[in-house]
Design a protein around this ligand. Structure first.
Ligand code: IMP
Ligand code: MG
Length: 187
């Protein structure tokens, strides 16, 4: 896999430290044990957008000292080998406990910003107690400024990246760093 990566943008340790910080930022908003700033009856549900966010999710939730549930939603906007956002294919049924709960959408990367509003609208229709969004990466200057994201791990340049859950043609998700794929492999 290493030979396919042109350069590492964010190494494993850098990601680990930032995810730890994000856990603290998020816990501050949702309340720490013994200091719950939200309605105690409405708990927190994390809603990862599958599949790219799974590794980020797995690391992030272990940095969150909160009572929480998981719900799931699957949406694909980069089918197969395409590296440009395509009109989304199918929004599979959103599964899990979302109504009346404090929902935090978790996504790997905010690129054109086409995917996120679809999920945000689907959650809003189910009447959450609150809705926030967290992304590990945001490509600088690409998504509309109005698109609301509450937590961002890293701002990156407009490059196609893989690793730490992010794929090209469903490959490279297990690459432990986040890197730029060699251009000739994407053509
Ligand atoms: P958007 O709808 O253009 O914001 O794209 C969001 C989705 O496309 C992300 O959740 C990723 O799954 C995928 N995506 C966007 N940029 C990249 C990238 O650089 N590498 C891998 N997947 C990406
Ligand atoms: Mg995705």
């Amino acid at each position: 896999m290493d030979a396919d990566i042109e350069r590492v943008l964010l190494d494993r340790e850098t990601i680990r430290r930032r995810v730890q910080e994000m856990g603290r930022e998020i816990a501050q908003v949702y309340g720490n044990p013994g200091e719950n700033r939200l309605d105690a009856r409405a708990g927190v549900t994390l809603l990862p957008i599958l599949s790219g966010s799974i590794i980020f999710l797995a690391d992030l939730i272990r940095e969150l000292p909160l009572m929480m549930k998981l719900a799931f939603v699957h949406i694909s906007s980069y089918p197969g080998r395409s590296t440009q956002s395509q009109p989304h294919r199918t929004l599979l049924e959103l599964t899990g406990d979302v109504a009346g709960r404090h929902v935090l959408i978790v996504d790997d990367i905010l690129d054109s910003g086409r995917t996120l509003p679809i999920v945000q609208d689907a959650v809003q229709q189910r009447g959450p107690a609150s809705l926030r969004t967290c992304v590990l990466l945001r490509k600088r200057g690409k998504a509309a400024a109005e698109l609301k994201v509450d937590f961002v791990g890293f701002e990156i340049d407009d490059l196609f990246v893989v690793g730490y859950g992010l794929d090209f043609d469903d490959l490279y998700r297990n690459y432990p760093h986040i890197g730029v794929l060699r251009a000739e492999l994407m053509s």
